[in-house]
Design a protein around this ligand. Structure first.
Ligand SMILES: *[C@@H]1O[C@H](CO)[C@@H](O)[C@H](O)[C@H]1NC(C)=O
Ligand SMILES: *[C@@H]1O[C@H](CO)[C@@H](O)[C@H](O)[C@H]1NC(C)=O
Ligand SMILES: *[C@@H]1O[C@H](CO)[C@@H](O)[C@H](O)[C@H]1NC(C)=O
Length: 446
């Protein structure tokens, strides 16, 4: 009833006839007059020339802006049907492909295995090494990876597919001693998720180090999440900034238009995203890069689906690069940081060569997400998405200061720094107000 009534009020504008008798008295007293009064005021205002001109200019400015951004997107990132593929050119780059898996049989069987075999074929089996580390899955991931092993064998691609029977249960049943164990609010010592993941990621690098000792080297390490991707996606990513970077990442989607991995993405100022949809960033450099669809958008950290990194730091003689978590003494303050962000903070090449997101490479954690970010016609961000994104970004930047969001983390970091001489964390920009621990069938926030 109320709805119908206010509709009428809007449509009839200045008409101040008494409200419908079926309405309760209290509502009829207030609502109609306020609405009509407002409508009348708007109409009066519209009669003012200045305001009409401003409105026309606003519409014109926005339409022009949206059209320009869209045109640039179309030219730089053509829809699948009009795309030229990069795969044809012969490549000389050597790529070490590293990945870890836990319960993702579905994407392995439907997509990932095929994609990796296709990629190894395109790069040349003699130019790759495929390292896969799986542990504790119960969903058929092991069987799927055995298939992959056989297919890579047939292709003649060197690889190490390790299937470990070690489960989360085994991990958390260990004696709670040493790094990674922390007293939680649940009143017990629990295993932090990030040091556990860091150790697993390090394992996927094992053969890179061993082959290096034998004199077999690689130019890039390609980290693949359990995502839907094509060979062309990877070749485009590898060529980001003409192949010159410390790290280059795709954008990842599970539920578009929101991107997925918020834990590791930091803009060129080290800030976390302003919004989870296009154009994502607060810092003007990163934001400008996304709006203009640069193939290399400078950021401080990223790990969004697929990541290509220069291999050299991992095999460096002094302080070789490794995945790690923040120290337990810092995590105790209820803080955590992704190992995939800290790696960029620790990488000496980050400052020299840069870390980039390539927004022309978009991958999905499921087929629907991949398809949605690769329309067959038009642009992957719709005109409405562009308009909404540009304005949401402006408004959020006006009303939302980054300091107000990060003051809790900043205060705890300061407290920790005062606790000991050596308490310095180079990856401070990675830190968030969270604690994550391993549990039997996954992980939990505590
Ligand atoms: C896991 O594998 C190891 C050796 O490969 C074996 O000793 C152990 O019993 C296995 N554990 C389980 C739970 O299957
Ligand atoms: C990888 O990182 C983990 C956790 O920091 C560490 O325990 C392990 O020794 C590292 N592995 C290598 C090969 O450096
Ligand atoms: C395969 O990788 C695992 C660690 O991920 C390592 O322990 C093992 O030695 C490797 N095997 C070979 C043959 O390189």
């Amino acid at each position: 009833m109320t709805l119908r009534f206010s509709d009428d009020g809007g449509r009839h504008g200045r008409d101040s006839s008494p409200p419908s008798p079926i309405l309760p008295l209290t509502e009829s007293r207030f609502q109609p007059r306020r609405r009509i009064g407002f409508t009348a005021r708007v109409r009066r205002a519209l009669r003012s020339r200045a305001l009409r001109l401003a409105l026309v200019l606003f519409i014109f400015f926005n339409a022009a802006e949206v059209l320009l951004v869209r045109r640039n997107l179309l030219l730089s990132d053509p829809p699948a049907a009009e795309r030229e593929f990069a795969a044809a050119a012969p490549r000389r780059e050597r790529v070490y492909i590293a990945s870890m898996h836990w319960n993702n049989a579905k994407v392995l069987k439907r997509h990932w295995n095929d994609a990796v075999v296709g990629l190894a074929g395109a790069l040349g089996p003699e130019n790759v090494f495929v390292s896969v580390y799986e542990s504790g899955s119960w969903d058929g991931s092991k069987e799927a990876l055995k298939e992959l092993d056989a297919r890579l064998e047939a292709l003649g691609a060197p690889r190490n597919i390790t299937l470990s029977n070690r489960t989360h249960r085994d991990e958390i049943d260990e004696e709670p001693e040493g790094e990674g164990w922390i007293e939680t609010s649940r009143g017990k010592k629990e295993l932090r998720r990030i040091p556990y993941l860091a150790a697993l990621r390090n394992r996927t690098l094992q053969d890179l180090l061993e082959l290096y000792e034998q004199g077999i080297e690689f130019d890039k390490v390609l980290f693949l999440n359990d995502v839907v991707f094509t060979t062309d996606d990877v070749l485009t990513l590898l060529d980001t900034n003409d192949g010159s970077y410390a790290a280059a990442c795709s954008l990842d989607f599970s539920n578009p238009p929101s991107y997925y991995d918020t834990f590791a993405l930091r803009d060129s100022d080290g800030g976390s995203h302003l919004m989870q949809t296009w154009p994502f960033f607060r810092s003007s450099l990163s934001r400008k890069g996304v709006v203009a669809n640069w193939p290399a958008v400078p950021v401080k950290s990223c790990w969004n689906g697929i990541v290509a990194m220069r291999a050299q730091p991992f095999v460096a003689e002094h302080h070789p690069l490794r995945f790690r978590g923040i120290p337990d003494s810092l995590a105790k303050h209820h803080l955590e940081a992704s190992e995939c962000c800290l790696i960029h903070a620790d990488n000496p090449l980050s400052a020299e060569l840069g870390v980039y997101v390539n927004p022309r490479v978009r991958v999905g954690y499921n087929t629907a997400a991949y398809v949605a970010t690769h329309p067959t016609t038009g642009t992957w961000v719709s005109p409405w998405g562009i308009f909404r994104g540009l304005w949401a970004s402006r408004i959020l930047r006006w009303v939302y200061r980054p300091e107000t969001r990060d003051w809790i983390v900043a205060r705890r970091l300061k407290k920790w720094a005062a606790e000991g001489e050596g308490n310095v964390e180079p990856g401070a920009f990675c830190i968030i107000n969270e604690m994550q621990v391993l549990v039997e069938r996954g992980w939990a926030h505590v």
